[in-house]
Unconditional design. Structure first.
Length: 240
């Protein structure tokens, strides 16, 4: 078996486990793993298919706790985000986008929520558009994760809701990349392996999620997003 398939499979299993246990963080591992074996022009379009198994697994495992109103509003916004993001794929100044995203992530994760940053007041439709636009052009969004951590949702609701929103966005992204001419067929083996281990990783992560306290869960969540934000800042600084 091709070594790249093994690397992708291992990374996607770890990512799925972390996602199920901590609601987020795995997407960054998937992106990092894919960039180990593929150039960014291939790794970013493959993000969606490589994450499908983990996302479907989490939606199924946490379906009873999903906030469907958030999912609907986010998904509507995601359609616009993908359309615009696909049109400017890698054409905008990447340094400015990385630094801007990093600062927004740190602000959303660590600044205490104001009166407008509540579950029923967050504008999830435009948030879906901005998040998915960033995810389409850079490979990851991160805005939704940073915002929902400041809502009163439970761990299970966070995990399931994030998974459904990300799955919807990834479906739109695959359609967008495909419409631009990206050919997924040479990577079918990688996608199949990633999907299979994604289910397994999600199941394993769900088994330990109930043993993690809510306080530890939210702290790890914030730290994971913060590490990604700092990495984006570092990459942006290096490109200056």
């Amino acid at each position: 078996m091709d070594a790249s398939i093994l690397i992708v499979g291992f990374g996607c299993f770890i990512a799925a486990f972390i996602n199920a246990a901590f609601a987020t963080g795995g997407v960054f591992i998937v992106l990092a793993t894919l960039t180990l074996v593929f150039p960014p022009s291939v790794a970013i379009p493959l993000m969606g298919p490589a994450s499908a198994g983990s996302l479907v697994g989490r939606v199924a495992l946490f379906r009873a706790e999903i906030n469907w109103r958030i999912c609907l509003m986010f998904s509507l916004g995601a359609t616009l985000g993908v359309l615009t993001g696909a049109l400017v794929f890698f054409s905008l100044p990447e340094t400015a986008l990385r630094v801007g995203l990093a600062l927004i992530l740190l602000l959303m994760v660590w600044v205490p929520p104001s009166i407008w940053l509540r579950d029923r007041r967050i504008p999830f439709l435009p948030l879906g558009a901005v998040h998915t636009f960033m995810a389409t052009t850079l490979g990851l969004g991160g805005l939704l994760q940073a915002v929902v951590i400041n809502t009163p949702m439970t761990k299970g609701a966070l995990t399931g809701t994030l998974a459904f929103c990300m799955l919807t966005a990834d479906v739109f992204k695959v359609l967008g990349y495909g419409s631009l001419g990206f050919d997924f067929r040479p990577y079918i083996q990688h996608i199949i392996v990633a999907t299979a281990v994604g289910f397994a990783g999600a199941w394993a992560g769900k088994r330990v999620s109930h043993r993690i306290s809510d306080g530890l869960f939210r702290l790890v969540f914030r730290l994971i997003v913060s590490v990604v934000a700092l990495r984006l800042l570092w990459q942006g600084a290096q490109a200056l």
